[in-house]
Design a protein around this ligand. Structure first.
Ligand code: SF4
Length: 538
């Protein structure tokens, strides 16, 4: 089965909000409810969920941004913002977020937000990442030397955005890296990130010590030309920091970090990513590629969280953030990793303080190491907390983390876990409008509009199938109970009965509650005083 067979979520309809010009058409997902109301949600799924769009992998997506502000060397979104200009990309992102375009511009100008949109990726639907916007989720895809084909990776991208991934990172390390990336880019409506050091390493036969600035630079330029929107650069892994990891429980766990550490030790020289950083800024600025300053020394275990190596690198990332700003480059800063709950807040505080409030982009963090196979959960706990404290984008972790390459089901489980974390953080931060979705679902639940409850869910199919496992009959979709408490002990039905009873008898709700409880107690005794009753299939 391909994604085209099952891309549209039930009761969802693609709608568009138009901006100040007709070609600014911002996609939204409208969910029609059985009571005639509708809920409109942020939509990351791209044209694939538009019934009027016929997908053609070879042709790629429509070039939405062709003719907009972006031209090579024409200035980054940050440069435009600093000049006071509002680009179509900024307006597009503002409409998606429900904020004025001036606000997006000002956050970009201040470096508190980024709008990753390479001038050579016109297919992307602009979006903004910053702590004063909705918390975003990234899904990693990409083949490895041992597994997965190009088609599988494009499919994974579309599958991930269907469930709500805001960006994807192509972390391919196997054969045909450039080709895989080209297919993903031409078919991706969300920003695409990469870690260019992986491909540079392939080019020198996998021998880290043979890497050179020139090989790396040429790899970066090739990826810039293709349209990669943001790139992880591990420029904070400096020679002097490598010994700081010697006594760690898990050493260096970042692939990019370990490659650069190996290079530094082999040459006993400062990392070329650090010494040539200004040249890199010039290249990034030309294409408006956003920096994602990598945390190559992130902790790989609870024991190593917030240690000297991690914090030394973070200070350097602050220094590099300032250099990138001089070139009008857009910058995010990456963060850990594995961090117990009581050390999470400190990560955000230090990153914001040392990196001039640049958006923080964290992997998880995993809050415990004891649950391989469930690391989407161990890390979603940390992701929700770190998002609440101000992290702007969360990189998902799938159940396969530490164990193998994720498949389609793992991608879905990871994205859903992270959408929950991101939305929980939006609620905690009081993001305007975030609670409307919860309220709509709560009302549907309380009014026993089962269809609406399923359709409003992050994962409608799973919600429906769980319900139908025990009560599959159509009549159960309007029943005032489910199989959890059964018809006689449904708390929500009892509350509704109480309210009706109060209304009919002219009583205050509290008196009605007492009277209703008495009646229920009598009913309980009459039915044999059994706590668990058999379910009456509706
Ligand atoms: S039976 Fe229990 S779980 Fe089901 S709807 Fe009623 S209160 Fe909720």
């Amino acid at each position: 089965m391909t994604i085209f067979d099952d891309v549209v979520l039930p009761a969802a309809r693609k709608t568009h909000l138009t901006g100040s010009r007709p070609d600014i058409r911002v996609p939204m997902r409208e969910i029609g409810l059985t009571n005639g109301a509708a809920v409109v949600l942020y939509d990351t799924s791209g044209p694939y969920t538009d019934p009027s769009f016929t997908p053609d992998l070879a042709a790629g997506l429509p070039r939405l941004r062709a003719g907009w502000s972006a031209t090579p060397g024409g200035g980054t979104q940050r440069a435009h913002a600093r000049r006071g200009a509002i680009t179509p990309e900024m307006e597009f992102a503002a409409i998606r977020e429900g904020v004025p375009p001036e606000f997006v511009r000002d956050e970009l100008a201040a470096g508190r937000a980024v709008l990753p949109a390479n001038v050579n990726h016109p297919e992307t639907e602009p979006m903004v990442i910053g702590r004063n916007f909705l918390v975003k989720v990234n899904a990693n895809i990409g083949n490895s030397a041992v597994s997965s084909s190009i088609e599988d990776e494009v499919e994974k991208m579309r599958w991930a955005i269907r469930w709500g991934a805001d960006t994807v990172m192509d972390l391919s390390t196997g054969k045909r890296i450039s080709e895989t990336r080209e297919w993903i880019l031409r078919n991706s409506p969300v920003p695409v990130g990469t870690v260019p050091i992986y491909q540079a390493l392939e080019r020198v036969g996998g021998r880290a010590e043979e890497l050179t600035w020139e090989v790396y630079r040429d790899t970066v330029i090739e990826q810039c030309e293709q349209g990669v929107d943001y790139m992880t650069v591990h420029a904070g892994v400096r020679l002097a920091y490598v010994p700081l990891t010697a006594r760690r429980k898990t050493g260096i766990v970042s692939r990019g970090g370990s490659i650069m550490a190996a290079w530094c030790l082999a040459h006993h020289e400062e990392s070329f990513l650090y010494t040539r950083f200004r040249e890199l800024c010039e290249i990034f600025a030309h294409y408006d590629v956003t920096f994602s300053l990598g945390d190559g020394l992130r902790p790989g275990s609870i024991a190593d969280a917030n240690d000297e190596a991690q914090l030394a690198e973070l200070r350097t990332l602050g220094e590099l953030t300032a250099i990138a700003a001089e070139h009008d480059c857009q910058v995010m800063v990456e963060g850990p990793g594995h961090v117990p709950m009581h050390k999470i807040e400190e990560n955000v505080r230090l990153q914001q303080e040392w990196c001039a409030e640049a958006p923080f982009y964290t992997l998880g963090p995993l809050t415990t190491d004891i649950a391989p196979g469930y690391d989407h959960i161990t890390s979603a706990i940390g992701a929700a907390m770190i998002g609440w404290h101000g992290t702007a984008m969360l990189c998902y972790v799938t159940p396969k983390e530490h164990l193998g390459l994720p498949d389609r089901d793992d991608v879905k489980a990871g994205v859903i876990a992270y959408k929950i974390a991101a939305h929980a953080a939006d609620l905690a931060k009081g993001h305007p409008g975030a609670q409307a979705w919860d309220d709509a679902l709560s009302e549907a639940r309380f009014e026993f509009r089962w269809e609406d409850q399923f359709n409003l869910a992050l994962d409608p199919e799973t919600a429906r199938s769980f319900h139908d496992e025990t009560l599959p009959a159509p009549a159960a979709k309007t029943a005032h109970f489910c199989s959890m408490c059964g018809p006689h002990f449904c708390a929500m039905k009892i509350t509704q009965d109480v309210r009706r009873y109060a209304e009919e008898h002219g009583l205050a709700e509290e008196d009605a509650l007492t009277a209703g409880m008495r009646e229920k107690a009598e009913e309980f005794t009459r039915r044999g005083a059994r706590v668990y009753l058999p379910i009456d299939p509706a």
